[in-house]
Structure formats: structure tokens, C-alpha cells
Design a protein around this ligand. Structure first.
Ligand code: ATP
Ligand code: MG
Ligand code: MG
Length: 550
């Protein structure tokens, strides 16, 4: 079950409501539409929407769309779909930072009029050099003392499109000697011609920077608590400076928390974009991707992702979360909720020589061992069945409890069988087994002997063909690209194995994409969108138990 745990941000919110500082909180989730959402974003979504829900407040979905080159409508749409899928609703509070371009421009004029912003003619490279370093103060731009009239004139002409890209910027006039580099006259506006913005088209050739746009958008929306990741801690003085010096209607408070980092994957949008564009995965929704679209296609449920975010918690210290934590969240959810089925992934035919040719028999198998309310389904039996190759060993290793020559095993939901004969092809490979069935063992133990192993099976005459994709972690190492190496070199070459010739029980006929099951003794699987009426395709969501030490 989902239990919201307390954390330092919750405590701040509780205190602000108790003291009357706010009657009602407003949070926001502010994605840049330059990629698909990933599991790290889920942490921010669960936190922001979760707080609003818990305290009767509101949470805005705001696209932080000030960087038109890398943004597009596909991303805008997928982000909305993914937030909804996670189970959150922004109601009528959908905003775009670009909605505020006109207002932000007016705020910039206010700054110029107060002598707090100026038009600077330095190139991007010069601006960087002039900024100085951690140990060295910055140098003033030659344009820092430009007259207000000139600044207003030049800024208007920047907007009007009179200057090429990079020719001029608008900069805040703060402190070139500040120990905080973010306060050394940060750039507020840059010129970008020729890009068509997904919301504002060609209306602007002047775009505000993130550091300027974000605090003012928060203030315009009446955000009370602006939650962001720790790397923005150093930007907070600039955040506060912006809302301090223009006539905004409210004063939000920025609070930083640790970003989610997950083992065996990458999460920066630059790298995720590369994985997709370089065809290292099959798309943003490849089931190996840490994107919400990928996790959905992998079979993850929104509830499991929300629960994972709760278990990770919200703190001030960065850490690397084990993949096992994500996997145990989905395993716990699916164990309780999905029906059991039998699926033979590597079929080996077994003929039951003493079973009557014309006998029609159907077993009734429970859908869940711990939950009778989930009912049962018919499972037809037959003279020929498939078992998994891994459940037979001609030369069994020590402790092998499944089928061996001359040995007995129980077929799940059916009888005990004994292997009498191995049929091999010319190359010496086992292609079939002959066995006898003990018809006295349905629902009871055989007389005078113990049969320990239980294996799953599917009737040859009734089984349906299926394709199964077994996924493993996308990277071989916990922190791909650590120490400056190329993360691509750490890709796991065996992250996808396709088993094209599986056979599954007939209850899976007509399965719909998105339906989830436990294939007994194999793991949890979800039907992929590529499923057809003729042939279902299943993706492995997660194995039955933690196999990370394997
Ligand atoms: P990237 O650095 O990969 O470009 P980003 O943080 O710039 O990612 P945004 O679209 O700006 O991506 O993120 C939207 C919101 O989600 C921000 O408030 C950001 O702090 C939060 N967020 C992004 N990644 C994580 C993460 N790994 N853990 C927690 N919150 C995150
Ligand atoms: Mg970014
Ligand atoms: Mg960002």
C-alpha cells in the first residue's frame, strides 16, 4: 500500500500552514519539453503533486519552454500523457513559461529602468572569460555602465530583430566579484533567430534564460513552494534576486532536494536522447529505458512507481539508489494483483505414452495461490505436452529436483510423470521425451514415494505460440560512464533476448496489450503493444525474486 512518508519538505509545508504564512499551498512540476519523462522526474511529480493532494493545495504543470531548439510538441504531449498515467491531474492548471514572454519582457524593462540590467556586447566566449573563476573575481563588461536610455533602445531593437544571434545579451547588473558565480551579471536574454517555437512560433527572436524565467514564472503563478534538485542551490540567490527586484504578485520559496540517481542506467536527457537517436535502444519507450514510457511498456504499474518514490524518500543528500529497490516495488504490487499462467519459454515435447489417445481432460487451475477471489481457469491436458528444456537434465547436477531419466516430477495442476526415454536427433540433441503418467496422482501424492519437483507445462494440442522478450539491465555497471569514460562502452550486450518459439496456455488467447501476468516459475510479464490476435508478445517485467547477485 502507498503510505506517504514524512520528509523535511513536508515539515516545512506543515509549518507554513500552521503559522498562517499560507492558507493553501501551490506547487508545480516544471519539465522542459526536450525529452520524455524518466523515473527521476517521477520523484519530482510524486513530491509536487503528492504535497498538493495531501494538503488540499494545487499543483501546476508548467512547461519550461525557453529553449526552442531542442523542444517539440511530441515531448509536450508525451509528458502530459505520462503525468496522467502516473495518476496525477493538474486540472485547468496547465501553463507554459512561453505564456509569460510578454510579461517577462516587461519585467526586464523594469530592471533596466532601475539600473539593474544592461545590454552587453560581449560574445558568449568573452562573457565566459570575463566571468572569472571560483578563485578569481570577474571583470566588468565594457557595457556595464551604459545609459538607461541606450539600454532601453538597444533592448527594444534586440526584440525587433535588428541584431544577429550572439551579438548582444541582456544581463543582470549584480556583482562581478560575488563568490557565487551565478551572481556575476548573469545573462537574462539571448538572441535566437530562425527557430520556430512550438508555442509562440516566430513571434520572438529574443529568449529569456532559465534562471530568469523560472523564479518569475513561479511568482506569476503564485507558487508557494518551488521544489527543485540540489544543483540549483547555488542558483537560489539569483532566484531570490529576480523576485525581489520586479513587481511580481507573490514571493515563492525555493527548496532543494536530492535528485534521484538509479544504478545501472543513465538519466540525463542528453544521454537518453543519444540512446534513442543513435539507435542504441529501439525508442523512448524501449522497455530497457528508465523513461516512464519505457517502464510502462516493461509492465511497471503507476502504483509501483509511486510507491518506489515514497520508499526512496526526499532528502538533502545525493545518493545512488539500488535497482533492487525499484524491482521490489513492482514485484510486491504484481505478486498481489496479477493472475498466474503457465508459459513454456523453451519448449521440449514430452509424449505420455500410457495416456489414452482420445482422452479429453481439462484441469481447473487457481489464478492466484493466495487469493481465491481471483478465481480459476480451465487448463486442457493432453497426451503430448511441452515442458521447459531447463526442467530436464540428462546428467543432472547435484540437487536437481526436476525431470531426469527414470525420475519423477509433478506437473503443476496435474499428474506426476516419469521419464522413460530420451529421443535425440542426429546431432545428439534431445528433441523429445517419452514418459508415463501416474493417473492416480491428480490432487494427491503418489503411493509410497515422495516426488519433490513441480514443473509447469502446456498441452501441445492446445498451447498457443508466443514471443517472449527477456530484458536485463541496459548497462553492465552501476554507474555507466563513471570517471569520464564513454557510457556507451558500458552498455550490456545481452540486455535483450528474444525467445520467438514459446508456447503459452490457451487462457492467454486474445490477451490485450498491457495485460499483466505471472508466468509461474518464470517471472512477471506484460503483453506488448505488438501483440496480435495470432501471436501474443510478452515482455519480462521482473523476475520472481531478486536475482541481482546471480
Ligand atoms: P536534465 O538535467 O537531464 O536535462 P532536467 O532536470 O533539466 O534534466 P527538467 O525537464 O528540467 O529536466 O526536469 C523537470 C523537473 O524534474 C525539475 O524540477 C527537475 O528538478 C526534476 N528532475 C529532473 N530529474 C530529476 C531526478 N533525477 N530526480 C529528481 N527530480 C528530477
Ligand atoms: Mg535540462
Ligand atoms: Mg531543467
Amino acid at each position: 500500500a502507498e503510505t506517504p512518508r514524512t520528509n523535511f519538505i513536508r515539515q516545512i509545508v506543515e509549518a507554513d500552514l500552521a503559522s498562517g504564512k499560507h492558507d493553501r499551498i501551490v506547487t508545480r512540476f516544471p519539465p522542459e519539453p526536450n525529452g520524455y519523462l524518466h523515473i527521476g522526474h517521477a520523484k519530482s511529480i510524486v513530491l509536487n503533486f503528492g504535497l498538493a493532494e495531501a494538503f488540499g493545495g494545487r499543483c501546476n504543470l508548467r512547461f519550461d519552454d525557453t529553449n526552442p531548439n531542442k523542444e517539440n510538441v511530441e515531448f509536450v504531449d508525451s509528458i502530459q500523457a505520462d503525468v496522467r498515467w502516473l495518476g496525477f491531474d493538474w486540472g485547468d492548471r496547465l501553463f507554459f513559461a512561453s505564456d509569460y514572454f510578454e510579461q517577462l519582457y516587461a519585467f526586464a524593462i523594469e530592471l533596466i529602468e532601475q539600473g539593474l540590467a544592461y545590454v552587453c556586447d560581449l560574445s558568449a566566449e568573452e562573457t565566459r572569460v570575463y566571468r572569472g573563476t571560483l578563485t578569481e573575481p570577474g571583470r566588468d563588461s565594457p557595457n556595464r555602465d551604459r545609459s538607461m536610455a541606450d539600454n532601453l533602445d538597444l533592448f527594444k531593437r534586440m526584440r525587433a530583430g535588428e541584431f544577429p544571434d550572439g551579438a548582444r545579451t541582456l544581463r543582470a547588473r549584480i556583482d562581478m566579484a560575488s563568490p557565487n558565480i551565478n551572481l556575476r551579471d548573469p545573462v537574462l536574454y539571448r538572441i535566437k533567430h530562425g527557430v520556430v517555437h512550438h508555442q509562440t512560433g516566430s513571434a520572438w527572436c529574443l529568449y529569456p534564460t532559465y534562471d530568469y524565467t523560472h523564479p518569475l514564472s513561479d511568482a506569476l503563478e503564485g507558487i508557494t513552494h518551488s521544489l527543485c534538485t540540489l544543483e540549483f542551490e547555488d542558483h537560489r540567490p539569483l532566484y531570490d534576486w529576480c523576485i525581489e527586484h520586479v513587481s511580481v504578485p507573490s514571493k515563492p520559496r525555493q527548496i532543494e532536494f536530492s535528485r534521484l540517481n538509479l544504478e545501472y542506467t543513465v538519466m540525463s536527457k542528453r544521454r537518453l536522447t543519444e540512446l534513442v537517436s543513435e539507435r542504441l535502444v529501439q525508442g523512448w519507450d524501449d522497455p530497457r529505458m528508465p523513461t516512464l514510457a519505457g517502464l510502462r511498456r516493461r509492465g511497471y504499474t503507476p502504483a509501483a512507481i509511486r510507491e518506489f518514490c515514497e520508499r526512496v524518500g526526499v532528502t538533502k543528500s545525493d545518493n545512488l539508489v539500488e535497482m533492487a529497490l525499484l524491482e521490489s516495488a513492482i514485484r510486491d504490487d504484481l505478486d498481489a494483483t496479477v493472475p498466474r499462467r503457465m508459459a513454456v519459454l523453451r519448449p521440449l515435447k514430452v509424449v505420455l505414452t500410457n495416456y489414452p489417445q482420445d482422452r479429453q481432460e481439462t484441469m481447473e487451475a487457481g489464478n492466484h495461490p493466495k487469493d481465491e477471489r481471483m478465481g480459476s481457469r480451465p487448463v486442457p491436458f493432453g497426451r503430448a505436452i511441452y515442458i521447459d528444456r531447463a526442467d530436464f537434465a540428462e546428467l543432472p547436477p547435484k540437487g536437481f529436483k526436476r525431470l531426469i531419466p527414470g525420475g519423477e516430477v509433478r506437473l503443476r495442476n496435474a499428474y506426476v510423470i516419469r521419464c522413460d526415454e530420451i529421443v535425440k536427433d542426429a546431432a545428439g540433441e534431445v528433441v523429445e521425451l517419452r514418459a508415463t503418467v501416474d493417473l492416480d496422482t491428480l490432487g494427491k501424492n503418489p503411493e509410497g514415494r515422495k516426488v519433490k519437483g513441480v514443473i509447469h507445462w502446456v498441452s501441445v494440442a492446445h498451447g498457443i505460440p508466443a514471443k517472449v522478450r527477456l530484458y536485463d539491465r541496459l548497462f553492465r555497471v552501476p554507474t555507466p560512464g563513471a570517471g569520464g569514460s564513454d557510457y556507451r562502452a558500458d552498455i550490456n550486450p545481452d540486455s535483450l533476448r528474444v525467445l520467438a518459439d514459446c508456447v503459452v496456455e490457451p487462457a492467454l488467447q486474445g490477451v490485450q496489450p498491457g495485460e499483466r501476468f505471472q508466468f509461474e516459475r518464470e517471472g512477471y510479464f506484460v503483453a506488448d503493444p505488438e501483440t496480435t490476435p495470432e501471436r501474443p508478445v510478452f515482455n519480462l517485467t521482473v523476475g520472481l525474486r531478486d536475482a541481482w547477485g546471480k
